[in-house]
Design a protein around this ligand. Structure first.
Ligand code: SAH
Ligand code: SF4
Ligand code: F3S
Length: 485
């Protein structure tokens, strides 16, 4: 039995076809599960989206299939995020709506998982009468046992224990048919940045063994047609420390897997970017030419208050080393504006850093106090108005930088894996991401052409600060091949 995201203690599911109806039925313990529908809403980071995929995978074994229509659901699940106030608020308003669904459908089951449930599960259960159960981030593999308990008549319970297994050992579960997959390699975070809730919602760092991840990815490539993987963790650069392994070693092993085209990883902490990893960015042919490296602030004083363990100079030194190792590398970052007591000068230092670092894109947020973190009780003279103004100004400033970077791309031909369509002013366009994570849109030669999951070469014709438009130069189809020689 797998360990690492909650041991399964309940009876095993057995499926059979009902001879009378011809429908699939599932027996778990003494309860029969007919085909049912689950509606699930996810908030937060890739980790949460990945967990949702895993939950849905398990629920299939209990005869639940996914529905996009909430009214149609027998089970409503929320996978929550606690990173900023706004993420919490969005969840609370959705949870409120589920009350109406339950009024209409008495046997509807409602559950809440994820980062809010991990820390506030007990309170949620108490506060919201229509909520049946809450479960934390480290028990998602036992979702079927929880749902089973609700059908056995239990209600108002929470499961949010930390998994006690020595190793973090799981197999990637995917239900989608795309050639892209997330692969969780490390869970938790030991960093305790002063503003951040994640160490409290995701627990201590624990890595999967390198050999297990390699076998997992081999299977994904061989049996599920995966061509692109994103290695996932809150601090992926800490990977393998407890086992004498490392992210760089893992990448160089994954590199050898035939049929795997592209390796990405997220998210990095600058403190843990090793020379070995920087070297891997030069050596590996399959490692993405994009790296997301959150800096948070350009002021050393603020970085110190954030407990980030590096200086702006160290960060810029890393950018330079990475660009030397791989001249094609493209960098992006996260910024928090308005950390407690951030002065004008400290704010200005972040704008200076944006100038120097030349990021391809950024995610930026105003500081949001999270209960239980060190920053939440720091002295703070800033008003929310100042925070908002600074954020707006910073975003405008960065868009200016991006506009120049993107403009320089006109005339270049780049390869993308097409991942969908967009509709702009009534014109249907296909779109994909380059190896370096830039979005390029293109108009198909024939309106009815289907390019989904094709590898194509596009010649960039025009740009905006956020994306590019291109002309189709070559369509390689869906056939896996060595793309980035
Ligand atoms: N593990 C990653 C990402 C963590 S959360 C890392 O170490 O960078 C994603 C982003 O949310 C962070 O990079 C940070 O920019 C932002 N964030 C985290 N806590 C925040 C808070 N309390 N207020 C505002 N933004 C926050
Ligand atoms: Fe949060 Fe810092 Fe850990 Fe990232 S490294 S998840 S910002 S505590
Ligand atoms: Fe949010 Fe939890 Fe991710 S707090 S950002 S969902 S780890």
């Amino acid at each position: 039995m797998e360990t690492g995201l909650g041991a399964r203690n309940g009876p095993i599911e057995k499926s059979f076809i009902d001879p009378q109806t011809g429908k699939k039925m599932v027996q778990k313990g003494d309860i029969l599960f007919p085909p049912r529908k689950v509606w699930m809403k996810t908030f937060g980071c890739q980790m949460n989206y990945h967990d949702t995929e895993r939950i849905l995978f398990h629920l299939k074994d209990l005869n639940f299939s996914k529905t996009e229509d909430r009214e149609d659901a027998d089970l409503i699940l929320f996978n929550t995020c606690a990173i900023r106030d706004l993420s919490n608020l969005k969840f609370y308003s959705q949870l409120g709506e589920a009350k109406h669904n339950k009024k209409k459908k008495k046997d509807l089951v409602v559950g809440v998982g994820g980062c809010v449930a991990q820390t506030e599960g007990k309170e949620l259960i108490k506060k919201f009468k229509h909520l049946d159960f809450a479960f934390g981030t480290d028990v998602i593999d036992s979702i079927n046992d929880m749902v089973y308990r609700t059908y056995a008549g239990e209600s108002k319970f929470k499961v949010n224990a930390w998994d006690r297994s020595d190793n973090f050992s799981i197999e990637t579960k995917i239900t989608h048919g795309s050639p892209q997959a997330f692969v969780n390699i490390i869970k938790g975070c030991n960093k305790y940045c002063s503003y951040c809730i994640v160490p409290y919602t995701r627990g201590k760092e624990k890595s999967r063994r390198l050999s297990e991840v390699v076998e997992d990815v081999k299977k994904l490539v061989r049996y599920q047609g995966i061509q692109e993987i994103t290695l996932l963790g809150q601090n992926v650069n800490s990977y393998g420390k407890e086992n004498g392994e490392s992210l760089a070693k893992l990448i160089m092993e994954l590199e050898k897997i035939g049929g795997l085209e592209l390796i990405r990883y997220t998210t990095s902490h600058p403190y843990d970017v090793s020379d070995e990893l920087i070297k891997a960015h030069g050596l590996s042919k399959k490692l993405s030419n994009h790296l997301h490296l959150p800096v948070q602030s350009g002021s050393n004083a603020v970085l110190q208050r954030m407990l980030r363990e590096y200086t702006a100079e160290h960060f810029l030194g890393l950018c330079a080393k990475l660009r030397k190792s791989n001249p094609n590398i493209v960098l992006s970052t996260d910024i928090i504006v308005g950390f407690p007591n951030e002065t004008d000068k400290e704010y200005q230092a972040t704008l200076d850093l944006l100038d120097k670092a030349q990021f391809d894109f950024i995610y930026s947020y105003t500081f949001s106090a999270r209960a239980g973190t060190k920053a939440a009780v720091m002295e703070d003279f800033l008003t929310n108005e100042v925070r908002k103004k600074r954020l707006h100004n910073l975003q405008k400033y960065q868009l200016g930088i991006q506009e120049k970077i993107r403009r320089g791309l006109v005339g270049k031909t780049m390869r993308v894996l097409v991942d969908g369509t967009s509709n702009m002013k009534g014109i249907k366009k296909w779109k994909g991401r380059t190896n370096c994570n830039r979005i390029i849109h293109f108009i198909p030669e024939l309106p009815e052409s289907n390019y989904q999951w094709h590898w194509v070469d596009l010649k960039i014709t025009s740009t905006t600060p956020l994306s590019c438009n291109g002309d189709l130069v070559q369509d390689y189809g869906r056939i896996p091949q060595r793309i980035y020689e």
